[in-house]
Design a protein around this ligand. Sequence first.
Ligand code: FAD
Ligand code: MLT
Ligand code: ZN
Length: 478
Amino acid sequence: MTPPLPHPLLEQLRQICGPANVLTHEDPATDLSPWEQDWRKRVSGRALAVVRPGDTAQVAAVVKACAAFQTPIVPQGGNTGLVVGGIPDKSGQQIVLSMTRMNAVRAIDPANLTITVEAGCVLQNLQTAAENAGFLFPLSLGAEGSCTIGGNLGTNAGGTQVVRYGNTRELCLGLEVVTAQGEIWHGLSGLRKDNTGYDLRNLMIGSEGTLGIITAATMKLYPQPAAQLTAWAAVPSMEAAVELLGLAHQRLGPGLTGFEVMGQFALGLVDKHYPHLRVPLWQSTPWCVLLENSDSESEQHARAQFEALLETAMEQGWVSDAVVAENLTQAKGLWHIRESITLAQVQEGQNIKHDISIPVSRIPTFVAETDALLALEVPGVRLVDFGHLGDGNLHYNVQAPEGSDGKEFVRAFEDKINTLVFDQVQRFGGSISAEHGVGEQKVNKLPLYKDPTALAMMRSVKQALDPHNILNPGRVLI
Ligand code: FAD
Ligand code: MLT
Ligand code: ZN
């Protein structure tokens, strides 16, 4: 049999990045599934090649070559995204641009409180680099051991510290970006003030790889707190959780760095699948709350503040029981339970995920009404509710009724349930995506819920920056 003709684009890409950094199906020994399958293992694509550039000039050259062949590019970081935004489609004609070789910390500027890193830097490594220099980089999420800062910027990721530090957008001061034409925008500014026209940085952040490829970023650093304390509280209702949040804002001010809510069924799943984690207080209460107090004075001060806060909350009936972690190991254990909900849900079987936001004040009514509507629509449905209550961001997830087939449930009910939940979100003045993004998963829903004028402006921006639609087509906008 004659070997296949060399693909002219692949030849060029091999010249640009080196043959070892252009992986294809031509080599039967190469398994491309880690780049082709999404984290939830619900969707698989097929790439023409996985290309792994080593620097910004290579990214620019790859984009120019792909543009000449009108070959679409899917930027990818750690591939932990939850909305099918970073994997190729099934055509076998798209390039996955894997940024993980570009992982250097380029510079730390202690006086300016900034750190400049390449896009493929794993979030945990960025946190460690900041810590080693005596600072805090506060972005924190369950996937931090494998997601990259490029992906965090691409999705404008949230996580568990947003209540104090904001999401990824608010932590970024400057970007280096390769455009759809293969030009390099040198925007790595460490400036906190710059009013010279349109805000291109914030346009790129959250654009999910559809407007440009982020190759490096300058991020904000913060002083390390003197003490960080974690408490786990049992609360009798979502209303009580919202009251507790108000009190925590009042008493802790900027010290309140985390406020997560977790429903009983969500914690029951952690208990079922990871019993060694020893979930506290969950059996006797519908909700638990995880609070973090970061104090600039001392541990003693933080503990006294926390105890006073919890005492008042108990007097008011907003907390029925609580534990305050005695040390860092215990605190980490409590956070680990919270971060294990996603994995416990995977163990339980396929489910329908949501990352909605609603004004905090309206969340209790939203949950009560939507729970009731869902129970009518799918009798026996199980709700895995948890999330970043401090930001008004709920993971209002829906699991198949006990004993039923998860795959079949998702196939039969996903669209119906999404419509029900998103209609409710709209009624309550919320957003259908608070942090995970649109990707391919919500691309058909976005036009139904986004303001039509905003959507038209988004389309104009896409057309202006990527007129041939080579950057991550089919994601965010169709
Ligand atoms: P990928 O999955 O590789 O890509 C995500 C998107 O960004 C894609 O559209 C991709 O094309 C684009 N992209 C990637 N790199 C670039 C680049 N260099 N330039 C331009 N575009 C790029 N998300 C939250 O917001 N909050 C959470 O609390 C949270 N917790 C999670 C917990 C778990 C266990 C898991 C698995 C995921 C969680 N996520 C969370 C989702 C996910 O981790 C985030 O969306 C993360 O930001 C994705 O980073 P990544 O490097 O894996 O990006
Ligand atoms: C989280 O907050 O844990 C994440 O956003 C992941 C999820 O939604 O499962
Ligand atoms: Zn989340």
